[in-house]
Design a protein around this ligand. Structure first.
Ligand code: AMP
Length: 342
């Protein structure tokens, strides 16, 4: 019997609940410190306790997962805690195309794929001397927005950079990536692409609540000027959004262009399974994409009972976690596992 497994964090509850709803056995690789939390949920059949998630690379854990015919669903915690090389070396099948995860983690590769997808993207700034206008400094890798800052000129950039160095968050310029700040309403567009039906499904939209930046509006500007604090963009939670219906056509086009470009550049199969295009809508309803995630995002946790968009496609509650499990089921029944796992 095939089982579905994931790491205990990020969207594990949604993924395993969805797997259980589709009739799979469920496995959680769980850090000991989180055991009490996850034991509360009866849809988790097996818990593999570890000191650190890196143990998923070790023989003991691999053996247990393979004995259960597990397919691992990758999520943000896997990306942030392991290098691309480590992820690629996991000896358990990974749902989707694990080779695309490297394109998510590497800024240059990421930019290339977004350009190939003909997405509108913010300009990157290669030298702090060239900063003009509002610019965001971001750390490499999946830092989750921690230690990001806004700046408008080189002098201010250096001051904030040095503050982060003294806090031990970065070592120097090489740890920062500068990008033009995109104005507008942020939106994180959630998709699922099935390589079996060759169809792109739009699943939902969320917004992120990021600390401290989203709390700044509660502080009057004179007091803001008095505080010597660099507001960070650390994600705390997500809230739902529905889009004007007139924006939907372009939402699908962007997703399809991304899938097409990934097919060309990233064998086998390109972008399969869930992904997210992350950016902002300007006053003309034009979307600028500043990031993508090539796997399930935590914003899908909002729609455990289905979303305003999944309801148009499915006559049953369909979360992203359940959609993943459904794809595994279809692939298994039609002998096409190699299309949906690597
Ligand atoms: P990221 O790590 O790129 O997902 O960025 C974390 C957060 O920083 C995002 O959720 C946005 O709030 C913000 N952000 C990143 N890049 C930009 C940008 N180019 N323009 C505006 N906001 C951005």
């Amino acid at each position: 019997m095939t089982s579905i497994g994931t790491l205990g964090s990020h969207c594990a509850l949604q993924v395993l609940k969805g797997a259980k709803d589709e009739g799979f056995k469920t496995i959680l690789v769980c850090e000991k410190k989180r055991e009490k939390l996850y034991r509360r949920f009866s849809f988790i059949d097996t818990v593999i306790l570890v000191e650190s998630f890196k143990e998923i690379l070790e023989e003991k854990c691999v053996k247990q997962l393979n004995e259960n015919n597990a397919i691992i669903v990758p999520h943000g915690t896997l990306i942030s805690q392991m290098t691309s090389q480590e992820i690629e070396s996991i000896k358990v099948p990974i749902f989707g195309n694990k080779w695309i995860l490297r394109w998510e983690s590497d800024r240059a590769m990421k930019e290339k794929l977004m350009i190939e997808s003909k997405l509108r993207i913010p300009k990157s700034v290669s030298d702090p001397k060239d900063i003009v206008g509002l610019t965001i400094a971001k750390r490499h890798g999946a830092a989750g927005g921690k230690g990001y800052f806004l700046t408008t000129n080189e002098t201010d950039y250096k001051k904030k950079r040095d503050q982060l160095i003294s806090q031990g968050l970065i070592k120097g310029d090489e740890d920062l990536y500068l990008q033009e700040y995109a104005f507008g309403v942020s939106a994180y567009l959630q998709y699922f692409y099935s390589p079996i039906s060759n169809n792109l499904e739009f699943f939902g939209v969320d917004r992120r609540y990021e600390s401290d930046i989203d709390g700044l509006g509660r502080i009057p500007s004179p007091q803001q000027l008095d505080i010597n604090k660099i507001p960070s963009f650390n994600v705390i939670g997500n809230s739902p959004l529905v889009l004007r219906e007139s924006l939907l056509d372009e939402v699908y086009s962007m997703g399809e262009r991304f899938v097409e470009a990934a097919k060309k550049w990233i064998p086998p199969g390109g972008m399969t399974g869930p992904f997210c295009l992350e950016g902002v809508y300007d006053e003309n309803g034009q979307f600028t994409t500043f990031e993508f995630s090539a796997r399930i995002v935590a914003g899908t946790n909002l729609y455990v009972e289905g979303s305003p968009y999944s309801a148009f496609v499915y006559d049953e509650p369909m979360s992203m976690g359940r959609r993943i499990a459904r794809e595994v089921k279809i692939a298994k029944e039609s002998n096409q596992i190699s299309k949906i796992a690597t």
